[in-house]
Design a protein around this ligand. Structure first.
Ligand code: IMP
Length: 187
């Protein structure tokens, strides 16, 4: 089965393909869309609608995800990619996060992923996934992307960037949302 994914992020496309064996995963850059919804689900719907018009009768999906830190009132949230400003810069985002958490007693956080899906009949669906953990006091590891070097999932003492793709995908927000999506597609 073919599924079009609204992204230009090769790393994300690879994660999705690894989690969905049996699918032909095809990237389609949604271009300049205004991701101005207040939540992840709304932004995922904006992105999937931007590509679904080009693939009538096919499955299309978009994901929107980010990091929510309890001590920061849920920030960076939907602003995760551009937390430290634009153009997006993961190292700068991680530095700002560490600075904003200096002295914080509570470093609990979660990643959230919303996947919006358009089915071949044009019906819209949203699947959510979350992973809970904490923000380390220093980055560790070279794998993954974004905030992975700082995020230590519950039950582990190493960051997502240290754990490797297989372990990350098996517990991640995106892995969980994709599993829900796969269940929805398989009926
Ligand atoms: P997007 O809008 O879904 O591409 O994600 C927004 C931002 O959230 C990314 O640029 C990252 O900063 C962060 N993010 C989302 N998922 C992950 C992840 O699995 N690891 C690390 N950072 C992530």
């Amino acid at each position: 089965m073919k599924i079009f994914v609204a992204t230009h992020n090769a790393h994300k496309l690879g994660e999705i393909a690894a989690i969905l064996p049996g699918f032909e995963v095809v990237g389609d850059d949604p271009g300049e869309v205004d991701e101005n919804a207040p939540d992840f689900a709304g932004n995922a719907l904006i992105k999937v609608r931007a590509i679904a018009a080009r693939h009538v009768g096919e499955w299309c999906m978009a994901d929107d995800s980010g990091l929510e830190v309890k001590a920061l009132g849920g920030a960076p949230g939907v602003r995760s990619a551009r937390y430290a400003g634009e153009p997006t810069d993961s190292a700068a985002n991680n530095r700002l996060l560490l600075r904003n958490l200096e002295g914080a007693g509570d470093r609990t956080a979660n990643f959230t992923c919303a996947i919006a899906l358009v089915d071949p009949q044009g019906g819209e669906h949203v699947c959510m996934g979350r992973v809970f953990g904490r923000i380390a006091t220093a980055p560790a590891g070279v794998g993954g992307f974004g905030y992975d070097p700082l995020f230590v999932p519950d039950g582990f003492d190493r960051s997502f960037a240290e754990l490797g793709a297989e372990t990350k995908n098996s517990i991640s927000h995106r892995g969980r949302a994709l599993a829900a999506m796969k269940g929805l597609i398989d009926g």
